[in-house]
Design a protein around this ligand. Sequence first.
Ligand code: CMC
Length: 428
Amino acid sequence: MENNTITLINNSTGEKFNFDLINCTRGPKAIDFGKLFERTGIFSYDPGYASTAGCKSTISYIDGNNGILLYRGIPIQDLVSKYKFTDICQLLISDKLPKNDIESKEFDLELRQLGFLHEGLINIFKAFPDGAHPMANLSSAVGALSTFYKDYVDISDDNGYQMMAKRMIAKITTLVAFSYRNSIGYPYIYPDISRSYVENFLYMLRAFPYGKLGVNIDGEVEIDPLEVEALDKIFSLHAEHGQNASTTTVRNVASTGVHPYAAISAGINALWGPSHGGANEKVLNQLAEIDDVSNVPKFIDRVKDKNDPFRLMGFGHRVYKSYDPRAKAIKNLKDELDKKGIKMNAKFSDIAEKLEEVALKDEYFIERKLYPNVDFYSGIILTALKIPVSLFTPIFVIGRMPGWCSQVIEHIKSGARITRPRQVYEGK
Ligand code: CMC
């Protein structure tokens, strides 16, 4: 019989403690350290939680050494090639893919109907000045949603938490479009439910006034189906990613018993940082700063200079020690779209590819196993879709929403205790 325990020996006292190993369906086992302190009087110390599993989950699985990502057990490449983003939302929140086209369309339509906002919520946007970053507007507006939907999620009611998630996924596109339009002083464009979920989002961004984002001289909003497909895939590739910083934030905040929308609002703030989702905006700024392929070696040298804080944005990952499968899919999408006529910014594309080429051959990057991550190429596609740079991280928010919603539901249903880590005290 397999011995499913591990022994911890205190070398100063000779005491031995057995701890159970927790089995999992894939990936490394975990030591059950829940009673470590109670039994031994010592804490585990793991800043940044590099070796700590904070929960059990069935939603996604990452094999960072082999570049594998599964949503509900299905490889993302299969999902993205066969299913729309809204199908993937359904998979994540209810563990079921639509059985056929009718079910798929019904779910998309349901989301479209839920995409409208209470008029009172619009005042939140009005309170922010022109030029405010849409992420700030967004986290406030999502927090405020809890005041419009006061009911907490009743976990005994499957429909109740499904509705919580559907509302959130539906309204986030409208909230992103409104927060952007507010940041540049444009009038708000209400959802058009005759358009699919993703197309409607592009419509709310682009409609009126003429010229700026894709309205032609006849006043028609120009949206190429290829653009809708591309954005759909980008959302899908961001939909869920285990216990990253924002998801962990969502779970931690939810563990205190707050309204799920308040927990998701906190997750939006966590995502905003440049080490996390905010990296996609920084990548594009960095490509602009590098400005020319001939400058790539100079910037690679800066990365390696210990006295220079410069980091290559869109590179490196805590879990992936090989090529991020999302980055691979996004890079392929970029090349595919370019061939099909959605032209990428050639300068940015060339600089990014040169950076990758030089970095992947460089000892510094090889030693540290640093590869392009999901944020490295996404901004180049988003720019080709006429999405403003300040909306790159909000696009990540839309994509990640089904992941956060399913994680919050899973956390509440698991009956997990409040998150309350310890500290190693070094003060007076
Ligand atoms: N450029 C240069 N060096 C890097 C980079 C980078 N992008 N990332 C890591 N390193 C180096 C780092 O300096 C350290 O070197 P040394 O051992 O000599 O001190 C080593 O690699 C390990 O780095 P770390 O900071 O300990 O790694 P981490 O797991 O704590 O951080 C990360 C992961 C994603 C924050 C980091 O790789 C990074 O800052 N990348 C750039 C920002 C970025 O692209 N973020 C998006 C992440 S993917 C999307 C998402 O999930 O949000």
